[in-house]
Write a protein that binds this ligand. Structure first.
Ligand code: BYC
Length: 314
């Protein structure tokens, strides 16, 4: 009966809400995906955050600060959405820090120049938008609603990145070379953000049947490539893929495959910055211990005061 109600809700493309019955595997898949997404937003603050103190102007610094703060906010909405599935924020943080839950592979690469701030905005946030717009229609209510606001902010992020790169491309030869070099480093990792090819994606079929994912990894990767090619042309940069060309018959661009063996290594924790990212996150968690303790002490005291006032009133 409960299963039938759940199946009918999914079939109608209606939302599943926290108090509705749901299969254990549906809940577990959502916890895995939404937590991984939340962790990505929080870890994703690090690569760009390292440029806040070195931004070339006050304007660029203010923009970057706002963007990195948005990412903290996205992490919070997504942790809250995950909590509605019955896991606490403490448990989720523990799973990230112990390596039992993942975060996006893209954040395991260094940001070597200020052009990387622009490239992350253009390509990484561009890939995120491609992946996340369909998630606004995901079957789990709290996740879909969080995604609506996140996508609005992501589109500001992408534009600021593109505008930054455009400004650099109108500058000196050295600045143009810096942009090209940055795009060369970030292109392939951006394609990897969409996950393994469909044939090697163990979760896609079931997540699509449940309406958690609305498109396959390869469909979204194709959409991203088709979207990026004219943007690269307008910018005046070359995408580092010799196999990239328009296919008239398919009405899409053909493109080369990323190095999937390298991707698996990054996902397993062996990427260029995995250890650094987790160590930094652990340090921030330890440094924040006093804030959590103070908040708990404040909550306990407020509760005691409330109880005392109530007793006095009765
Ligand atoms: N990195 O069966 P598959 C942002 C894992 S934040 C690491 O296809 P699924 C931003 C996958 O988890 C962007 N791991 O999985 C923030 C699975 O392993 P487990 C974050 C990856 O879930 C700050 C295994 O590989 N976006 O935009 O059906 C600054 C097999 O994969 C990756 C989201 O999280 C990867 N790239 O599909 C700037 C979006 N890809 O868990 C920007 C929400 C795959 O079974 N998530 N794996 O051990 C999704 O849409 C889906 O989870 C994915 C993967 C498309 C990523």
């Amino acid at each position: 009966m409960l299963q039938e109600h759940f199946d009918a809700t999914i079939a109608r493309n209606d939302r599943i809400e926290p108090r509705d019955w749901m299969p254990d595997a549906y809940r577990a898949t959502l916890v895995r995906q939404v937590a991984q997404h939340a962790h990505s937003e929080i870890i994703g603050m690090q690569p760009e955050g390292s440029w806040i103190g070195r931004a070339p102007s006050l304007r660029r610094k203010a923009i970057l600060l706002a963007k990195v703060q948005d990412e903290a906010g996205h992490g919070l909405y997504l942790y809250s959405a995950t909590e509605t599935l019955g896991v606490s924020r403490d448990e989720l943080t523990e799973m990230l820090l112990s390596g039992r839950q993942k975060y996006s592979s893209i954040f395991n690469y260094p940001t070597l120049t200020f052009a990387d701030v622009g490239t992350i905005g253009w390509l990484v946030d561009g890939a995120a938008i491609c992946n996340q717009v369909p998630l606004c229609r995901t079957s789990y209510g709290p996740y879909g609603r969080a995604m609506i606001r996140i996508c609005k902010e992501e589109s500001f992020h992408q534009r600021q990145g593109y505008e930054l790169l455009m400004t650099m491309m109108r500058g000196t030869d050295e600045q143009r070379a810096m942009v090209q070099e940055s795009v060369d480093r970030f292109w392939w990792p951006s394609l990897m953000m969409f996950g393994p090819p469909d044939a090697d994606s163990p979760n896609t079929a079931r997540s699509m049947a449940w309406g958690i994912k609305r498109n396959t990894n390869d469909e979204l990767r194709q959409k991203f490539v088709d979207m990026s090619v004219p943007q690269a042309e307008a910018l005046g940069v070359t995408l580092p893929d010799p196999d990239l060309r328009w296919n008239e018959e398919r009405g899409h661009h053909d493109f080369g495959q990323p190095d999937w063996e390298h991707f698996m290594q990054v996902v397993k924790g062996n990427g260029p910055c995995n250890a650094q990212r987790l160590a930094h996150r652990q340090r921030a968690h330890d440094d924040g211990a006093w804030v959590r303790e103070a908040a708990m002490a404040f909550a306990r005291r407020s509760e005691q005061e409330r109880a005392t006032t109530e007793r006095a009133a009765s």
